[in-house]
Design a protein. Structure first.
Ligand SMILES: Nc1ncnc2c1ncn2[C@@H]1O[C@H](COP(=O)(O)OP(=O)(O)O)[C@@H](O)[C@H]1O
Ligand SMILES: [Mg+2]
Length: 308
């Protein structure tokens, strides 16, 4: 909390040493009841998330249905239901450790790789269950691509990186691989920078280029959904801007679900925003609504940096 007494105080507000959440409320128009949702969550009581009518229809390309996840005994995602609209960018925001990455990784079952994980509820992608016993996880991960916080190019050529997924799925025709390579690199806004060195090692690219290469690799297999977990957090501002532009472009064709801790980024790149807190969904709706006229005072407090 900033106290800047440089200007004469017009109407002094008495701020005493109290809980930062309460003190943040002093800046707000009076609204009652205050922070009932966060209090309920902190006390592990049931709460009703604020869901905007435009995303309450349950017809999303990804349907998260009453989904919970435990790491061993620890419940980390609590009965989240979320409908992700097709062909848009949806951002997951919330304080560090609130379960954004865990929820994201649940969509293509990357958490399967963690010992002791248990889930309840289900997630549907394109109407198909992610957690049904018969689900083909390899095919699921082709349909739901992932771009990580830290770019992870494979130690091979740029070309081989981009067509890696196609080869895994049995494509051997050189002409097809070349065509997909060019299309994907163009789609990732990288083609002009690398077209003359496709056989060079991907490890020689800059950080921003490597991240765009990972995006090219992800879109090469034409996924239905692209998951991105803080894809710019290791990049400088210029490389970040390029990735943000790319996300906007990619969303013309793909559905993107992105985790970001950067409020500016969420407001710039996303169409819808979901605010999470302690493993729960707090509020979800169009990004303009969440950032300008959120339903809950706690959402406004978080967006404006009053806590988290
Ligand atoms: N592989 C794991 N095993 C056990 N606990 C984990 C694992 N990954 C994350 N967690 C815990 O789950 C909670 C949510 O983490 P995470 O999903 O990474 O949150 P966020 O992405 O919002 O920062 C944290 O308390 C974290 O310590
Ligand atoms: Mg995370």
């Amino acid at each position: 909390m900033n106290e800047t007494p440089s200007k004469p105080a017009m109407s002094p507000v008495k701020v005493e040493a109290i809980d930062p959440l309460d003190s943040a409320v002093l800046d707000m128009p009076r609204q009652a009841p205050r922070f009932n949702v966060l209090s309920a969550i902190q006390n592990d009581q049931p709460h009703a998330p604020a869901i905007h009518p435009s995303v309450a229809h349950g017809k999303g390309i990804v349907e998260i249905k009453d989904f919970s996840l435990y790491y061993g005994p620890k419940k980390t995602v609590h009965s989240v239901s979320l409908s992700i609209p097709v062909g848009h960018v949806t951002a997951l925001i919330g304080p560090s450790g609130c379960g954004k990455s865990t929820l994201l990784r649940s969509v293509n079952r990357l958490n399967d790789l963690v010992d002791g994980v248990r889930t309840t509820g289900d997630i549907l992608v394109g109407g198909e269950s992610v957690y049904a016993p018969g689900t083909d996880v390899i095919d699921l991960r082709r349909r739901v691509g992932m771009v990580f916080q830290k770019s992870n190019p494979f130690p091979m050529s740029i070309f081989d990186n981009v067509v890696y997924g196609l080869r895994i799925h049995g494509e051997r025709r050189r002409s097809v691989l070349e065509e997909v390579c060019e299309r994907s690199l163009r789609g990732a806004a990288l083609w002009d920078e690398v077209k003359d060195r496709l056989q060079s090692s991907a490890m020689g690219l800059s950080g921003g280029q490597q991240q765009r290469l990972c995006i090219a690799r992800a879109i090469a297999v034409e996924p239905q959904v692209l998951l991105m977990d803080e894809p710019c957090s290791a990049l400088d501002p210029i490389a970040t801007l390029k990735i943000e532009e790319l996300i906007l472009e990619i969303s013309q064709k793909y559905t993107v679900l992105i985790v970001t801790h950067n409020m500016g980024q969420a407001s710039r790149v996303s169409d819808y925003t979901a605010f999470m807190y302690l493993g729960r969904l707090v509020e979800y709706g169009p990004t303009s609504h969440i950032f300008q006229t959120p339903t809950l005072p706690e959402t406004e407090q978080y967006i404006t940096g009053k806590f988290g």
